[in-house]
Design a protein around this ligand. Structure first.
Ligand SMILES: *[C@@H]1O[C@H](CO)[C@@H](O)[C@H](O)[C@H]1NC(C)=O
Length: 287
């Protein structure tokens, strides 16, 4: 039992590096500057084009923490495929109502990209060397007849905005997330995201919640657990082979372990006696 637990634990530890594929999940360290966008959420910006008698609406959606959450109420064929991180959906509206299906679905960037198309980070600095933000380039698959490889350049700019403010319906104005351009020939979407989390030192003020990441403490516990497990297993094996021990006697120091409750009780009684004793005498006070 015990050895099985530590074995599966060990294999988890060994497999761990494999699962950390290069992906943009909101935390970046670039040129010694740490950015943490974990407070930002999936966000969309809508661009409207009037094409009388219709209106063409494009919804650009990005999840700065991973893949876009699929909308359960929408047919999966009318959304970007599962695993998309940046997506564009074009629909035609007539008389204030959308047509049944979108006319274009653009998976711009994948949450988990292959080795040759990992996210690229460019730190933005002004002439004084002050950090103004971070450019994040995310890559996607080929799209359309010309098989143009898609990518998104997200320019995170240091600003006083939180970054979760809702944009206007035309995607302009002083909003957190702004559509800059989509270059069809290049397959490049450019977005701008104003947020205080793009300012230098923002991640230092708000320490990273180590949710899911293996902090020092977790490692410490794991190592202590492994050492104790190894000790118990080896000790039991030794007792079994050398002394033919069975049952509780297998455990190393089994007699000490068995006496432990009495030892603790004894210690507590002594401690209580000492306190009561000094309290009873009274009159003394250390100077
Ligand atoms: C960041 O992205 C913007 C928009 O694409 C571009 O104009 C700018 O040159 C980029 N800056 C860096 C340092 O890569």
């Amino acid at each position: 039992m015990r050895s099985q637990t530590s074995l599966s634990l060990l294999s988890t530890l060994l497999l761990l590096p494999l699962s950390t594929l290069a992906a943009f999940t909101g935390e970046v360290e670039e040129s010694g500057v740490k950015f943490n966008f974990k407070e930002l959420k999936q966000h969309s910006v809508v661009i409207e084009h009037t094409i009388p008698p219709s209106v063409e609406k494009t919804v650009w959606t990005i999840n700065p923490l991973g893949k876009i959450e699929l909308d359960k109420d929408v047919d999966s064929k009318d959304q970007c495929p599962d695993g998309t991180q940046v997506c564009g959906i074009v629909s035609v509206w007539r008389d204030g109502k959308p047509e049944e299906h979108p006319i274009q679905i653009l998976p711009i960037a994948d949450a988990e990209s292959s080795k040759d198309s990992e996210p690229v980070y460019n730190i933005l600095k002004d002439s004084d060397g002050k950090v103004g933000g971070l450019n994040v380039t995310l890559h996607g698959a080929e799209y359309g007849e010309k098989k143009i490889k898609q990518k998104a350049v997200v320019q995170f700019l240091c600003d006083k905005l939180e970054g979760t403010e809702q944009p206007d319906k035309d995607g302009k104005g002083d909003n957190a997330l702004k559509f800059i351009s989509y270059d069809e020939a290049e397959g490049t979407l450019t977005l701008e995201w104003k947020t205080k989390y793009a300012c230098e030192g923002a991640s230092a003020e708000k320490p990273v919640e180590s949710k899911g990441s293996w902090g020092f403490f977790t490692w410490f516990i794991v190592i202590v657990f492994l050492v104790v497990a190894a000790y118990l297993i080896f000790g039991s094996w030794l007792n079994y082979n050398r002394y033919g021990a069975r049952g509780w006697d297998l455990l190393p120091h089994s007699d000490t372990l068995r006496d432990l409750p009495y030892l603790i009780k004894d210690f507590l009684r002594r401690a209580v006696n000492t306190f009561q004793g000094s309290g009873g005498r009274g009159g003394y006070s250390a100077i």
